[in-house]
Design a protein around this ligand. Structure first.
Ligand code: AMP
Length: 462
């Protein structure tokens, strides 16, 4: 197995990695680092959890080593690398990683993001930093205020480009790229590649090498379980699962900000300490909630997809899809929060009959079915089944028809259909109160299908 030293990294960087406990490179690191050290442009298809931050940050840092210095003059520390991320949380997390990797080299880094007073960022920018991690909007604020210069940037990284597109950052990105020197190295990472992302890649990258970390190479082992339930009983089921299985550090996803707040309140009323993070919360509120969650003082963190983007909590044991995401790719992002760094994780989805269509999309995307496990006492009623069977087609969203057409309408469809089209057969219910699915061979098979190469004992420390 390749080592970081074999990838050509400098001793001072290797020392930092060693101190962080990184023993061997993850697949994306093994592929990206040698190419990026040579200065080639890279287009990476990788989700969070694969180690992509180190994949772009380590070669970027090494290429800046000739410029590293302890000089006090700001002129000696121009911005040489710019890393753009869609969210503040991800920006903070990436910069923390950069700080750790540069522990033994005199390169400075800083993170700037919106939602906090810009004046606190200006004095540090004035002293000079080589590596700037930023969200696009706040970066442009600084450009407009002339509180930074991008004229010496020689490396650009776009992290989670598809999310930037989703969040409407495309015009900002184009403005930023136009401000950069033409001569530079570019790295762009995205989990998905819709047409607009491909166009963006064409316009920014120079003959890039495309590197894809297939799902089955992800160093993550996630057990997935689906609990069918009437939508009005989801809150009780969630409280029941948390209490009866004594679940802690549970990240729960809801579809809306309102639902997010409401669920956190209801869980608190049920005696389960919970907090909510979503787009309407201030940065301070989000950081406070996250810190309390990481420290274990809050048992459940309820989040929307946007707010949760970039959250990195080592070995987060449980992710709950309280509402199934309408976009199947979000499901993969969500469950990527569990089982980080080789530890086991469990993704629990509470699925009402109106969400079965999304479940089908997810199953198509991940290429395996997620057999339902009914929790005793929370059996979906016959009315639900009828409602499901006679359900009216959901109004189509933009682009959906296209996607559906490209997926063959094969029958028999999924375990979901079997569940809702036929009478319910509680499967393996005797164990659902203790540890549903973890020991079920079918669930193991699903996981194996999703992440085909589970972590081997010798790389389990990754
Ligand atoms: P990322 O996909 O960049 O968000 O990284 C996911 C997590 O894996 C982070 O907590 C990293 O610190 C950790 N990580 C990344 N690369 C390695 C490695 N080679 N060995 C061990 N942990 C790693």
């Amino acid at each position: 197995m390749t080592t970081f030293a074999e990838l050509g990294l400098a001793p001072d960087i290797l020392r930092a990695l060693d101190e962080m406990g990184y023993a061997t490179p993850t697949p994306i690191q093994a592929q990206v680092i040698p190419l990026a050290l040579q200065g080639g442009d890279i287009l990476g298809a990788a989700q969070t959890g694969t180690g992509k931050t180190a994949a772009f940050a380590l070669p970027l840092i090494q290429r800046l080593l000739p410029f590293a210095n302890n000089g006090t003059s700001p002129a000696k520390h121009p911005i040489r690398a710019l890393i753009l991320t869609p969210t503040r949380e991800l920006a903070i997390q990436v910069e923390e990683a950069v700080q750790a990797y540069t522990k033994h080299v005199p390169l400075r880094s800083l993170v700037v993001y919106g939602g906090v007073n810009i004046n606190t960022q200006i004095p540090i920018l004035k002293t000079g930093v080589e590596i700037l991690v930023a969200t696009p909007g706040r970066l442009l604020d600084h450009v407009q205020n002339k509180t930074l210069s991008l004229s010496q940037v020689n490396t650009l990284v776009l992290d989670e480009a598809d999310r930037m597109l989703d969040m409407g950052f495309m015009p900002d990105l184009k403005r930023i790229v136009a401000l950069l020197p033409m001569q530079r190295v570019n790295m762009m990472f995205s989990a998905t590649f819709p047409e607009e992302i491909r166009r963006l890649a064409d316009s920014i990258l120079n003959s890039p090498t495309f590197i894809e970390v297939a799902r089955n190479e992800t160093a993550v082992t996630v057990t997935q379980v689906v609990h069918p339930v009437h939508h009005e009983r989801k809150r009780q089921l969630l409280a029941h699962l948390i209490k009866s299985r004594d679940l802690r550090q549970v990240l729960v996803f809801t579809g809306t900000k309102l639902g997010c707040n409401r669920l956190a309140n209801e869980l608190n009323k049920a005696g389960i300490h919970a907090d909510a993070i979503h787009g309407d919360k201030t940065q301070q509120e989000r950081i406070k909630a996250l810190d309390a969650f990481k420290a274990g003082t809050i048992r459940v963190l309820v989040a929307t997809d946007v707010a949760a983007r970039g959250i990195d909590i080592e070995a987060l044991p449980f992710v709950v899809n309280y509402d199934l995401p309408h976009n199947a790719e979000d499901y993969v992002h969500r469950i990527g929060r569990t089982g980080r760094a080789g530890a086991l994780g469990e993704a629990i989805s509470l699925v009402s009959e109106s969400e079965t269509r999304y479940l089908r999309d997810i199953e198509k995307l991940i290429g395996s079915t997620l057999p339902p496990v009914i929790v005793p006492g929370f059996e979906p009623g016959a009315a639900d089944v009828l409602a499901f069977q006679s359900r009216a087609p959901r109004p189509e969203r933009h682009g959906e028809r296209e996607r559906e057409r490209s997926v063959p309408r094969s029958k028999p469809a999924t375990a979901r259909d079997a569940l809702f089209d036929a009478p319910y057969v509680p499967s393996d219910v005797s164990r659902t109160d203790s540890a549903p699915a973890l020991t079920r061979p079918t669930a193991k098979k699903q996981v194996a299908a999703l992440f085909r190469s589970p972590v081997k004992p010798d790389s389990a420390g990754q």
